[in-house]
Design a protein around this ligand. Structure first.
Ligand SMILES: [Fe+2]
Ligand SMILES: [Fe+2]
Length: 470
């Protein structure tokens, strides 16, 4: 098969002039399309979807809107413009020019970082593949598909790096990215949160708020990398990630708005009866998705993270804005851990606490959206506050794994945990109730009972625009 490279795969990496890369991508693309058909969105593949496609990295090109059938989406390869004279900002190579090729000594480590990031991208598409059948509106259906095609583009971005810079083993890793599957017992995705199902739209909105936000912080720390092609790829991916988190934040906000509206009209205890989602259920979903996403940052103390940092491969969030020495061998950082049945703070070597620093940034950022959600509840006149649970709650990785921590941050016994679990995490009843609300609403301008319409449409289109032509 032959591909017209500038048309078929929009790119700013001179794909048309790079025969070796063309051959590698020619081999990979059919496998990608097969994966998309088999494990991408179920149904709707022949529908015209009003999607944003990136055809260049400048202001006009990165968000071009139009109707596309998803299998014909132009998954492009884009790197943010190079920063002239960029130098490595941290670690033992600080001040040296950034690398345009993979440094031999870090080859294996860099490949691992790229594969781990790359693996999450198709995983989330797989997790969300059944949601189209229960979309609460055409607007939401379109947003789901936008997120899906962009996650697939993020896969392309990582596969480009593997093909262009890692030769044969890069090609093998690129194939393996299509062979592992979310939730598979034989070949699961690499990270735990990406093997959890996303069975309903409340989960989808929580996922895009909390788990895509982990993606933002991982991409931002890789954007600091001394390996310049990785840095530039991640910088461009971040522009797309913002939309995914917008879908999550506004999705949850609209659910809350609808709940408050129903509570005002019929009373708080009648919300469920009238097809809304009670705030305590929303809190339990929040608890689950937040805690699972916190695990994605890894252990509080990590020699791997320290090594990535010292090698100049993965930095801190906005590395250059920190006013310290960017080597971190002399500093300490406060880390929480369970000590004699109590959660205590201790000062640890900063270099070992790189994951915790990123998690702290993430927690602060997550709290901002929760505050906006609470404003909706407050302004509707209700005395209820959604809260991020304690960082130790429901953790499977790091210092808190193996302990039972309440949402308020008390170390509790197994017995206490079990008697409270149903008010802390989604129950089977919650999940069944949410599932019972998931009925497709696919007429332009109409919305399901459990969610308010958005305040505005996509790309200045009205709310009753036909975002997906069925
Ligand atoms: Fe992504
Ligand atoms: Fe994303």
């Amino acid at each position: 098969m032959s591909i017209d490279y500038s048309e078929r795969i929009p790119n700013n990496v001179n794909l048309g002039d790079n025969r070796r890369l063309q051959r590698a991508l020619e081999q990979w693309q059919p496998a990608f399309l097969r994966w998309w058909r088999e494990l991408g969105p179920v149904g709707f593949q022949a529908a015209d979807v009003y999607l944003r496609t990136a055809i260049s990295v400048d202001a006009e090109g990165w968000a071009t809107f139009g109707y596309v059938k998803m299998p014909d989406y132009r998954w492009g390869i884009f790197l943010a413009e190079p920063e002239p004279n960029r130098t490595i900002a941290f670690g033992e190579h600080r001040g040296e020019p950034v690398w345009q090729e993979v440094p031999g000594e870090y080859r294996g480590t860099l490949r691992r970082l790229i594969v781990t990031q790359g693996d999450t991208e198709p995983a989330s598409v797989e997790q969300q593949r059944h949601l189209g059948a229960t979309a609460p509106s055409l607007y939401d259906l379109r947003n789901l598909f936008q997120v899906n095609v962009e996650e697939a583009r993020h896969l392309w971005a990582m596969v480009y790096l593997l093909h262009a810079y890692f030769g044969r083993d890069g090609r093998e890793e690129a194939e393996a990215l299509l062979e592992r599957h979310s939730g598979s017992s034989e070949r699961p995705r690499i990270l735990g949160a990406f093997n959890e199902p996303t069975p309903d739209w409340l989960s989808f909105f929580m996922f895009t708020y909390f788990t895509d936000r982990d993606g933002k912080y991982q991409l931002a720390s890789l954007a600091e990398s001394g390996f310049d092609p990785l840095s530039r790829t991640c910088r461009f991916m971040l522009t797309e990630e913002a939309h995914h988190m917008f879908v999550g934040e506004t999705g949850v906000a609209r659910v809350i708005a609808r709940t408050c509206e129903l509570a005002k009209r019929h009373g708080v205890e009648k919300v469920g009866e009238h097809g809304g989602i009670e705030l305590p259920i929303i809190q339990r979903y929040l608890n689950f998705h937040y805690s699972v996403s916190l695990d994605l940052f890894g252990s509080e103390l990590s020699t791997n993270a320290a090594n990535y940092y010292t090698a100049g491969l993965k930095g801190r969030f906005r590395e250059t804005e920190h006013s310290d020495d960017h080597v971190l061998t002399q500093q300490t950082y406060p880390v929480l851990r369970v000590d004699e049945g109590q959660i205590r703070e201790s000062q640890q070597p900063a270099l070992l606490a790189i994951n915790e620093m990123l998690r702290d940034e993430y927690i602060r950022d997550s709290a901002r959206g929760v505050a906006r959600w609470n404003k909706i509840i407050r302004e509707a006149g209700f005395d209820f506050e959604l809260r991020l649970p304690h960082r130790g709650f429901n953790r499977k990785i790091g210092q808190f794994a193996g302990f039972r921590i309440s949402p308020l941050g008390e170390v509790v016994s197994e017995e206490t945990w079990r008697s409270n679990e149903s008010s802390w995490l989604p129950t089977e009843d919650d999940r069944q109730f949410i599932a019972s609300l998931m009925k497709p609403v696919l007429r332009p301008g109409e919305f399901a009972s459990w969610i308010a319409p958005p305040t505005r449409g996509i790309n200045h289109k009205p709310l009753d625009f036909e975002y997906v032509r069925l």
